[in-house]
Design a protein around this ligand. Structure first.
Ligand code: KMH
Ligand code: ZN
Length: 280
């Protein structure tokens, strides 16, 4: 098995300090949370940015500030900005971080209900448009799939030449409106992707660590972080992202999975390294 790539989703767009006071809003908090995750073993930081009051933004300048601050503390880490942003944002608003010199970004592969009246819209044309921009800019997409139909869409678009190899999937399970994160869901999705593709699993809430363990045991990679889950264990709030990453490292030890460095993660995922000192 490959070494284990741990992605940490440190901030998200929906979770707030009322849920967990360690959710980062300011640039300093964002860099500190990324650093804790990196020190604990994360090689990829999945990044949303916030204004200082906590409201989500996809502003390019805010991303640039956050990325520069993170890279000062973790010079070799892979930064994976979100192009999902928050529900209701336009596609050009969401795509702003792709104007920076980044190595990776999320590509959301289908529409889904997102709780209450919210709908997270990713039409087929959106997916083609986002994929084209990332391909032109040599940004590796992380193919976020919230249910099986999204995987089918990826494979269809891949066969038609709108999405390009290498395919790196992220199964994001347990979202209110998406697929649940039971073991049967994991196996169904894992068995639905081409054998030469890679995958990572992000379990929301109570699914975070059960899915992490399944993925570790079956050769996949793992995403954890306050975006997805605010608890270290039932009823115990995590004291930051570092604790969540450390817990995954402990699980990985029991399966003899070594943890990938950022350099090794780039090799495993075929990511083109970009010198990040100048990200604009
Ligand atoms: N905040 C969600 C609406 C992504 O990062 O690409 C979208 C999301 C997915 O979190
Ligand atoms: Zn996200």
């Amino acid at each position: 098995m490959d070494k284990l790539i741990i992605t940490c989703a440190i901030s998200g767009a929906e979770v707030t300090k009322e849920h967990n006071p360690y959710v980062p809003y300011t640039i300093e908090e964002t860099a500190e949370q990324a650093y804790e995750a990196y020190q604990a073993g994360a090689s990829i930081i999945h990044l949303h940015v916030r204004n200082d009051d906590g409201t989500p933004t996809q502003d390019k300048n805010r991303y640039q500030e956050a990325i520069s601050a993170i890279l000062k503390k973790c010079p070799d880490v892979i930064i994976q900005p979100s192009t999902g942003g928050a529900v209701g944002m336009s596609r050009d608003e969401r795509l702003q971080p792709t104007e920076l010199n980044i190595e990776m970004a999320t590509l959301d592969c289908g529409t889904l209900n997102f709780g209450g009246d919210d709908i997270f819209i990713n039409t087929e044309n959106d997916i083609k448009y986002f994929a084209k921009i990332m391909h032109e800019k040599e940004i590796s997409p992380e193919l976020e799939c919230f249910e099986k139909g999204h995987i089918d869409s990826v494979l269809r678009l891949y066969n038609k030449g709108f999405i390009y190899a290498p395919l790196h999937f992220s199964f994001v399970l347990g979202v209110n409106g998406g697929m649940t994160g039971e073991a049967r869901d994991f196996h169904f999705l894992k068995d639905s992707i081409p054998s030469d593709s890679t995958f990572s699993v992000a379990g929301m809430g109570r699914y975070e660590f059960s899915l992490a363990e399944l993925s570790i045991a079956h050769g996949g990679h793992v995403r954890v972080g306050l975006e997805d889950n605010i608890y270290l264990s039932k009823g115990v709030l995590a004291k930051g992202n570092g604790e969540l990453v450390k817990k995954v490292v402990e699980i990985a030890k029991t399966y003899q999975r070594e943890i990938a460095t950022p350099k090794e993660a780039r090799e495993i995922l075929n990511i083109k390294e970009k010198k990040n000192e100048k990200i604009m």
